[in-house]
Design a protein around this ligand. Sequence first.
Ligand code: MEV
Length: 401
Amino acid sequence: MSERCSRIAGFYRLSVADRRRVVAEFARVGGVELELEALAAPIEESLLDAFVENVIGGFTLPFGVAANFLIDGREMLVPMVVEESSVVAAASNMARLVRATGGFCTEVIEDTMIGQVQLHSVPDIDEAVQAVRDATPELISTSNDPDSTLVKIGGGCVGVELRTFPASETDGDGDVLVVHFLVDCRDAMGANIVNTICEKQAPRLEELTGGVVGLRILSNLADRRRVRATCRVRAKELAFDGRTGEDVIDGIVAAGRFATYDPYRAATHNKGIMNGVDSVVLATGNDWRAMEAGAHAYAARDGRYRSLSRWSKDPDSGDLLGSVELPVQVGIVGGVTKLHPVARFSIGLLDVQHASDLGRVLAAVGLAQNLGALRALSTEGINRGHLRLHRRNLEMASHQP
Ligand code: MEV
């Protein structure tokens, strides 16, 4: 391999050992030496024991690599940890179709986590709001310790926002003021950073508002840390199962529409997106429950649960256009991402420099996964492909030494 290229024809036909060699070579061409041993060796018990309580062992899941990804012009092999067959294959196949038009484009829309301090039984909500507004510069500056690493690298609290709930809505909590701290966590997921700021500011907020401090914790509805991914697929790439590409596009657009008006369909549709997202979140040692909570809460942001993606037909070219927007709460520094050897391996393979770059990958993979599911569902149905792959995987496993 002289130039880094993630389009690796027949990657799935290789043995596990050969796939590892190809992946290591791909990374090496990009200047990254991967520790392949991380994949082969069991994780040390002492490390597992340090992560959680009452450990008696570990649990291994398949670690696959999705090929063919081109994201913002970067060739990428994407690590995916998932137990469900056809997830990795679908992501790779759809990434191959999207490459033909230049790959996925992504955009970081906002990049701050939210921390909440709840103040209940506030005696005069208007006065409390005014007092916190007046104190905002002080609250921001006292949240940002100039000696902290976060502040030194340009992160920290960047804003304070307020939400109020009248006593009629709070079921006995009186008038409630919720103070949101918007925190640029740089390359950390940020839970500890945000929680520390909330806990630090709580007594001052009590003084300012006369209310009683309740909870002080980040919000997993991370709608101020969002990424959008878009893609375009030509009709000729989508011809499938005896159907023309134009027919397949119409089917995908109709399937996308179904998920915008029916929450029962939207939940399954979004689950398909999260098949891709969670696999990468897990591979990189991030908190997939946070990502799940954020994605589904965001999907219901206008009071009705809807699809996270949109599919349409370009009226000029007839191409299929897709986009997805989701809250991303992941990091590439700290915690499991650094301590777990397989998570380190994944981050090395992705060669991402910032947490937001990982967020871009998540959105692109989620969109690819959604495209794969809708293409199958609107044509042959999901079972045929599933069973085909399942049989192929069994056959390959029987040929392994
Ligand atoms: C299965 O894990 C995911 C799908 O149900 C997603 C979808 O229906 O869009 C196939």
